[in-house]
Design a protein around this ligand. Structure first.
Ligand SMILES: Cc1cc2nc3c(=O)[nH]c(=O)nc-3n(C[C@H](O)[C@H](O)[C@H](O)COP(=O)(O)OP(=O)(O)OC[C@H]3O[C@@H](n4cnc5c(N)ncnc54)[C@H](O)[C@@H]3O)c2cc1C
Length: 366
């Protein structure tokens, strides 16, 4: 299934369906196996079913999932009950979350985390009539002070109660380090404190060479959150659809080059902006410089339309390109970033090996 994470706050509030069948988002002819890859190497992928797929090239795009509190366990499957008075704890992208909220309309909800995901979902749920408490030491700490002020003002207008502290799961439920130590009672606790990268074989985020290839391999490419890539300032790029989509396209182009025996192209990218929705009637667009540092802030209708346009484009544009064969999608180029890993030895001209029928497929978990 395809989850539109840029619209997660709307999905959680019950405004949109949670998922789209992955087949609907792919052009015909792609063989989808609904299982989990447990390992991979040059030319092969091992599935949880025990089957091994062979391929001319392998792309690892296994991405990330929302982080859970240590006390619950990183690999636990939510909902995890933190305490009777604390409520049931969910990851933001948990498919069971919209139903849990729908079963208690207007009920108390605690959102933990003041980044873009936490702020977006707190605003959306408050606008939908829920009594929302947001627990976070700061609002939008990676954006500008003006963005934090605008978020705080809008959340206040929507009657979101901000408890300025860190939440943790204690023995008797959810505790907040805001001086009172009190536990905010809530039917539902949404944990939105960041993401953890998931790569088969417990590898962790993979440091790639300048061509987004896994060092030491000939034809294993890493795209999206699974790839550790530096930005122009030398820092690791944050996970975002704005970088994951172009990485997927760049990897596809490099696979064409590899299979045709041509030189691979180095990856180049910079962020331009961060969009944050604050319910259906407010949003902000934080412009950033080449090193992803906040510059100007745009609010009002222009910001609402920009966010909506981007959300629509993430699904509509790739589908339209696949249908028409016309390439429109471009991404902002940055100074070439220092790669985290040395380039792999120059690839030999790849023999075109046709995989056995049905062997090479695009992988997607259920
Ligand atoms: C809660 C949340 C909210 C977010 N909100 C935003 C936002 O508003 N804007 C934004 O720009 N970014 C947002 N992000 C980040 C953004 O979603 C990621 O940067 C982007 O989706 C990365 O794309 P990806 O293709 O690398 O990975 P993902 O989108 O994570 O996709 C990876 C896919 O691989 C599958 N998979 C995982 N392991 C295996 C395996 N072993 N075998 C087979 N399949 C596997 C997963 O099920 C998933 O379908 C959010 C992330 C999270 C967790």
């Amino acid at each position: 299934m395809l989850v539109e994470r840029v619209r997660l706050s709307e999905i959680v509030a019950g405004r949109r369906p949670a998922t789209t069948p992955i087949g609907a988002a792919l052009p015909p002819g792609v063989d989808v196996r609904q299982t989990r890859a447990v390992d991979y190497g040059d030319g092969c992928v091992t599935l949880a079913t025990g089957e091994t797929l062979t391929a001319d090239a392998v792309v690892v795009g296994t991405g990330s999932r929302g982080r859970l509190p240590e006390a619950v366990g990183a690999h636990a499957e939510p909902p995890a009950h933190v305490a009777s008075e604390g409520g049931a704890l969910f990851r933001l992208e948990d498919p069971a979350l919209p139903a849990a909220l729908a079963s208690s309309p207007g009920g108390p909800v605690t959102v933990v985390g003041g980044g873009t995901s936490g702020v977006e979902v707190a605003a959306e749920l408050a606008e939908a009539g829920f009594a929302v408490t947001l627990v976070a030491p700061a609002l939008l700490p990676t954006l500008s002070p003006a963005a934090a002020r605008y978020a705080q003002h809008t959340l206040e207008r929507l009657a979101v109660r901000w408890r300025q502290g860190r939440a943790h799961v204690a023995e008797n439920g959810l505790a907040v380090s805001d001086g009172t130590g009190a536990v905010p009672p809530a039917g539902v606790v949404i944990w939105a404190t960041g993401i953890d990268v998931v790569v088969p074989g417990e590898r962790g985020q993979v440091a790639v060479d300048p061509f987004l290839r896994q060092p030491g391999t000939r034809s294993v490419f890493i795209a999206g959150d699974a790839a550790a890539v530096r930005g122009a300032d030398g820092d690791l790029l944050r996970g975002a659809c704005a970088s994951a989509m172009p990485m997927g396209m760049h990897v596809a182009n490099n696979i064409h080059r590899l299979l045709a025996g041509r030189a691979l192209a180095p990856w180049s990218f910079r962020f331009l902006l961060v969009c944050v929705s604050l319910g259906r009637h407010a949003a902000m667009v934080q412009l950033v410089d080449a090193a992803d540092r906040p510059t100007r802030l745009v609010t009002g209708r222009l910001a609402v339309w920009t966010k909506e346009l981007i959300c629509r484009g993430t699904i509509a544009l790739p589908l339209w390109e696949a249908r028409t064969g016309v390439r429109l999608y471009r991404w902002p180029q940055g100074p070439l970033a220092p790669a985290l890993a040395a380039p792999s030895p120059a690839p030999p001209v790849a023999p075109r090996v046709a995989p056995p029928p049905g062997a090479a497929g695009r992988l997607e978990s259920p």
